[in-house]
Design a protein around this ligand. Structure first.
Ligand SMILES: [Zn+2]
Ligand SMILES: [Zn+2]
Length: 243
């Protein structure tokens, strides 16, 4: 598989000092996806065929709804409804002509199964994000091997959230093999262990700060430890349901 390197954003990421720079890059990928599907691109027939066929996951539908671009979204939704109604109509006949509740229930279940299979499943924004996630994770592994300075900066960084650690480890074998792959697995795993300890320690210090005897002690940068503890686990900018 030929995967494009994203050296500049990944190097910028490792220098930013956040809890997970893949989260930062994926939030940007998500914003770009939302912007694209609220742009004039949705006026073109090819893109409307895509949006009619696949649509979006509930998370990204909500982001589109709150995206402040009523005209573009109205166009997307109008044709999306048209296609949804086409699927609905054949089931609606069966529901209305049913001779018993049991037969109607069967048609209703068949409709919602088809709905979840054909309308609900797959998200174009998640798909675009997944492409970038693949490239970012591939680039981290490649730079870790090729660039000693990058490896040093990475190992001294705050690491990644657990969610993206899983993605990094899953995608690593696209870039590495043999002893390199083993050493990379071990490095990324150590990075996760070390940084989970650090984040938990910060969270613990927050619990201590709320005790009256520690009122005047310094925060040591733990003012947002409870939030970092959450996002270190679940990450941000998750790919939910790619096509
Ligand atoms: Zn992350
Ligand atoms: Zn999505």
């Amino acid at each position: 598989m030929k995967i494009q390197l994203e050296t500049i954003p990944v190097w910028d990421g490792v220098k930013e000092g956040s809890e997970c720079f893949i989260c930062t890059l994926m939030k940007k990928a998500e914003e770009d996806g939302i912007r694209y599907y609220l742009s004039s691109a949705v006026m073109t027939p090819e893109v409307r065929v895509e949006t009619n066929t696949h649509g979006f996951c509930s998370h990204h539908f909500s982001m589109l709804a709150e995206g402040g671009k009523p005209q573009s979204l109205a166009l997307v939704m109008d044709t999306f409804y048209e296609e949804s109604k086409r699927i609905l109509s054949s089931y609606a006949d069966k529901v209305h002509s049913a001779s018993s509740a049991r037969k109607a229930e069967k048609a209703i279940n068949a409709y919602f199964n088809a709905y979840h299979e054909k309308r609900d499943k797959g998200c174009l924004i998640c798909s675009r994000m997944e492409d970038r996630l693949m490239r970012y994770c591939y680039t981290v592994a490649s730079l870790w091997k090729e660039d000693a300075e990058f490896r040093k900066a990475l190992m001294e960084s705050k690491g990644f959230c657990v969610h993206h650690t899983e993605a990094l480890l899953r995608i690593a074998k696209e870039a590495l093999s043999g002893d390199d792959l083993l050493a990379y697995y071990q490095d990324i795993f150590s990075l996760m262990e070390k940084n989970i300890d650090r984040v938990q320690h910060d969270d613990w210090w927050m619990t201590q700060k709320y005790k009256s005897e520690n009122k005047d002690k310094p925060w040591n940068g733990c003012e947002d430890a409870q939030k970092r503890a959450v996002y270190k686990l679940v990450g941000e900018g998750q790919v939910i349901d790619p096509v």
